[in-house]
Design a protein around this ligand. Sequence first.
Ligand code: G6Q
Length: 547
Amino acid sequence: MTIETTDHSLLERPEWKALAAHFEDNRNRTLRDLFAADPDRGSTLSAEGAELFFDFSKNRLDSSTISMLIDLANACGLKERAEKMFTGVKINITEDRAVLHTALRAPRDTVVEVDGENVIPHVHEVLDRMAAFADKIRSGSWTGHTGKRIKNVVNIGIGGSDLGPVMAYEALKPFSDRSMTFRFVSNVDGNDFAEKTRDLSPEETLFIISSKTFTTLETMTNAHTARDWSLAGLGGDESAVAKHFVAVSTNAEGVGGFGIDTHNMFGFWDWVGGRYSMDSAIGLSTMLAIGPDHFQEMLDGFHEMDVHFRSTPLEENLPVLLGLVGLWNRNFLGCDTVAVLPYDNELCRFSAYLQQLEMESNGKHVTLGGDRVGWDTCPVIWGEPGTNGQHAFYQMIHQGTKPVPCDFICFCQPANPIGDHQDKLVSNVFAQAEALAFGKTEAEVKAEGVADALLPHKEFDGNRPTNVIMTQKLDPKTLGRLVALYEHKVFTQGTIWGINSFDQWGVELGKVLAKKIIPELSQSETVTDHDSSTNQLINRYRAHRLG
Ligand code: G6Q
């Protein structure tokens, strides 16, 4: 069955039409105009919740835009659909699954049922086992095959089984056990495994094989390489595997088949999507690094934002506002990308994490009803920490041809207070957002004595939308709040766009084709059954692969 119909129903909604007319009416109002018209605009267009402060006043909208966007969210049933998610209704309809990452951080006494069974006791049973295991590793009471203490932990996983753990480890390094080494192997490129293990001793190394399905090509290839590497360094005794390998998976059979004792398997469930799983057992490496108490604090932070999202009126609801402002920029201003720019070096992998969270969730061209969407969905998400990006790609954000909305994320207190670094760092957030909003007119540039020929080059249009998210400091709780903020932003946008944010069929085709091509790369006959380009590439590689 092909997609026959294009769905225009969202565009037909009176709330959407009202927004479109409102956009046209205000098309030429600049941020300079908007700030001049309302001296309290900064505070009017800010919100606070779960200890995050969110200033969205430097967007090309006003309070009436926000009310109209909220009307749209209401018309699309945002609150009702969120309730369905929180209560275990199977809203992931293409996979017939509940969407319950919020259950992963719910308190012990919560009741959330899937198919008539309360899932919360299972969640806490796994968390308790993870904590007991983490205590053993961190205290040294769990030793390797030769009796040595485990000093190195290598997480093997990819996508949702890698990006969260890597991001969280980097973000929470100041809370980690510095006597231990943590590495993350994801790529099927052998260089990844080789480089991450070259200075490690197998006697002191624990591998966590993190794979929901336990069938993923990259992870299983790396897991087998890890087993060979371990056994080669431990005298080839198969029983060593039990002391050096644990698994995080939903597939007990696959884990057992690999040779890992299923007692050393930490489970999760099909209602946890890969990109929503860093707070499940997929976070085992995080717990080993920062300890069970800090991990619990991270879960508490997630939960705080869940409660905020579920119970706060939409006009004060941070994830909803973040989602609606993003939707305005995407669908009305026509912005194709969003830059997430954390001003904290430890959030160096945060944008990469959000890339998957947002683009795999909302990079969809089909509605829940199976029609082609008649509106744009997820923009490209990208970014790097500031201030580094300022010396690289910010040129385009300031003077490129299309606005790039930015989320600036910053903290009042640094993990490492040194001299005046933090003031210098954060001053740049405020300055960048100010410069992007208000620019510098030709007259202002001219008044500085700039030569006429250079005026167009040195002028800044401004009027470029930005958000600032500010909070006290980056700690486990804050990280949980921040990730949940974006999870629920994705939910808000996905609900209005009418798409399934919880499947990812688009990643399948390439995987299937690669499986077919793998044996062709080493076959003796010339490959002829693809298109002329693919045949050419395969045959050229075959001719040169052995040097
Ligand atoms: C996430 C995706 C995807 C997945 C990886 C790894 O939402 O489904 O990124 O996490 O493909 O899958 P496994 O955990 O099954 O190895």
